[in-house]
Design a protein around this ligand. Structure first.
Ligand code: GTP
Ligand code: SPV
Ligand code: MN
Length: 613
């Protein structure tokens, strides 16, 4: 394999000068950069301008340093593989903190520490933490630059891998710095891998620190992340800013930051509908965002796969954008049979992390093909064969790729779209039917507050162990989740025309443990029913838990779903639901008087409907 980049313009050191900008915001930005530099003591400061030349130089430097492995450009042009440290492979919820002045403002579902104490903890960690390294200043925009729903931020980081990732996931560059210089508000985010280099000390391919902190100060709108280089811990624009900090901004300013994919569904008559869906991490957002319908006549266009910001428009409807500009998607399970759109998206210009390397300089992961190659280098850098008895790619290995590269991307994907439908879904082995329509917005909020996942069908008891993940936001809500439920109810009162709310579950299992629903492309059948509900063309029956498809109203033509499985997919076990209501009651108690009365009322209404059934 030839390890050369396509075009080396100049060494990285040729870039990075402080932009010659003036304006009311520039001095504050420069002062902040100098303050962080004085604390972290980097060898040099590099202001990212976001140009292609600069990015080429950055990537070449990482290849030279051994941080990235270039894939064979004949197989996958301009694509690279990074291998993380074994102890740095995913977000760390136990090390994530919301440091509000009042612990009640962080709420019972977040880790909290007093801001002063946390600053005192972080100070010695960040002191000198960038010694021997380059400190990058990365101005970014979430949403298109200058867009009406967009927000600006700056990430300081000593990780060139984080810089390359941010350049895919957000809009980075001089235009952002110009807006900041002119006085636009921006959020401060600081990231260090926490691995200073002594003079002459050799660097590792993935520097990190066993001690990790991902800290949010919601009142001063700051993020400080230490010790990890991975995903949401290091790309601070993503979960830290676009969800945790943005949820606080949304609460205070009448909008919403949600862990949702965003798609446009076009029916056979060419009518377009916009659907946002909140599913917990690793529960199918990227897959649904790139869905290729198995029923004829329907089209799905991708707008976003992970985060959606929602704002009321002048016409009383709710408008949504995807604030990101790339996908940071789970690799394992992504293959031609499940998500062919993703496979096509990944033809080149991809930054892979923790997947396996093939002998001919390409990548592989479990599920990419039915059969594994005879030999691979696994995500740890070790020899691997199908007999090794361990995964070749890490289960949370990921691809980072520009959104514009998806063949399914909507032409106008950077514009705000009016929301017609909101879906809530988890990974439920029991109880939750394939699709249920909420009676109204309040009932929809109740359904969202009850999203949970269970690993397997319950061996004992009727419901498996439920991991609660309300609105798929449990790890991402930057304030008290009880108040967050209230904000959803409040948004419902503000908007004149509300999206219809549905609950979906692709993951229900039969008694034998197998999935009852084929999923993936066949999820288009559920979208078809939902859209026909909006059009008044599909019938539903009321049940205690919501409205389900009337017999025959779900289009199953050409689907391989036996009647028995269909019955099981929609079976409502009253006793199991009463048991689940009990668990919901316990969960709600966590929030004390921060839980909106409407949700208590919804729960008791559910119980009475169940008892009457
Ligand atoms: P994050 O990026 O962590 O937020 O995850 P995500 O919600 O985008 O999940 P993703 O689409 O990457 O899917 C996670 C896993 O669920 C993959 O292994 C998929 O193959 C699997 N999956 C997605 N959709 C379906 C489905 O309809 N049925 C089944 N059985 N599995 C699915
Ligand atoms: C998730 O965990 O929901 C992700 C991956 O999308 S990360 O960006 O690392 O949070
Ligand atoms: Mn996610």
């Amino acid at each position: 394999i030839e390890h050369t980049t396509a075009r080396i313009v100049a060494p990285l050191s040729a870039y990075g000068a402080q932009p010659a900008l003036t304006g009311p915001g520039m001095s504050a930005l420069v002062a902040w950069v100098e303050e962080i530099a004085a604390l972290t003591q980097p060898e040099r400061i590099h202001w990212i301008d976001g140009s292609t030349d600069e990015n080429d130089a950055l990537v070449s430097q990482m290849v030279e340093d051994g941080t990235l492995i270039q894939l064979d450009p004949r197989k996958r042009p301009n694509s690279y593989l990074a291998r993380s440290d074994e102890g740095d492979v995913a977000r760390l919820e136990s090390r994530t903190f919301i440091c509000s002045e009042d612990p009640d403002d962080a709420g019972p579902t977040n880790n909290w520490a007093a801001p002063d104490e946390m600053r005192a903890t972080l100070q010695p960690l960040f002191a000198g933490s960038m010694r021997g390294r380059t400190m990058f200043v990365v101005p970014f925009s979430m949403g298109k630059i200058g867009g009406p729903i967009s927000q600006l931020g700056v990430q300081i980081t000593d990780s060139p891998y984080a810089v390359a990732s941010i350049e895919v996931m957000t809009r980075v560059g001089l235009e952002v710095t110009e807006l900041i210089a002119q006085g636009s508000p921006w959020v401060r985010t600081v990231h260090s891998v926490g691995a200073p280099l002594a003079p002459g000390q050799a660097d590792s391919a993935w520097p990190s620190n066993p001690e990790k902190y991902i800290v949010h100060f919601p009142e001063s709108l700051e993020v400080w992340s230490f010790g990890s280089g991975y995903g949401g811990n290091a790309i601070l624009a993503k979960k830290c800013f676009a969800l945790r900090i943005a949820s606080v901004l949304g609460r205070d300013n009448g909008w919403m930051a949600e862990h949702m994919l965003l798609i446009r569904v076009i029916d056979p008559q060419g009518r377009a509908y916009h659907v946002a869906a909140a599913f917990p991490s690793a529960c199918g957002k990227t897959n649904l965002a790139m869905l290729r319908p198995t029923i004829p006549g329907w089209t799905v266009e991708t707008l976003g796969d992970d985060i959606t910001w929602i704002r009321p428009g002048a016409d009383g409807r709710l408008y949504a954008i995807n604030p990101e500009s790339g996908f940071f998607g789970v690799a394992p399970g992504t293959g031609a049979a499940t998500n062919v759109t993703a496979v096509e998206t990944l033809w080149g210009n991809v930054l892979f992390t923790n997947v396996a390397l093939t002998d001919d300089g390409d990548v592989w992961w479990e599920g990419l093909t039915d059969e594994a190659p005879d030999h691979l280098i696994d995500w740890r850098g070790e020899d691997w064969t199908p007999e090794s008895g361990r995964p070749a790619a890490h289960p949370n290995s990921r691809f980072t790729v520009a959104a514009s590269q998806a063949p399914s991307i909507a032409d106008d994907w950077e514009e705000a779209v009016p929301l017609d439908v909101i879906l809530f879904g988890g990974r439920r082995a029991t109880n939750v039917p394939l699709v249920v329509e909420a009676f109204d917005w309040e009932h929809g909020v109740f359904l969202g507050s009850n999203i949970s996942s269970e690993r397997t069908a319950a061996a004992e008891g009727r419901v498996g162990e439920l991991r609660r993940d309300p609105f798929a936001m449990m790890p991402f809500c930057g304030y008290n989740m009880g108040d967050y439920f209230g904000h959803w109810l409040e948004m419902g009162r503000r908007a004149e025309t509300l999206p219809r709310v549905f609950q979906v579950n692709w993951f229900r299992r039969g008694a034998d443990g197998r999935f009852l629903w084929p999923g993936f492309g066949d999820n288009s059948r559920v979208l078809d029913w939902i859209i026909r509900r909006l059009q008044g063309e599909a019938d539903a029956v009321d049940t205690p838990i919501g409205r389900v498809p009337a017999p025959g109203s779900l289009n199953l033509e050409g689907a391989d779903v036996p009647q028995n499985d269909l019955d099981e997919l929609f079976a409502i076990d009253v006793d199991a639901w009463l048991e689940e209501a009990e668990l919901t009651d316990e969960f709600y108690d966590l929030f004390g008087d921060r839980l909106p009365a409407e949700l208590h009322a919804q729960l008791s209404a559910l119980r009475s409907r169940l008892i009457r059934a």
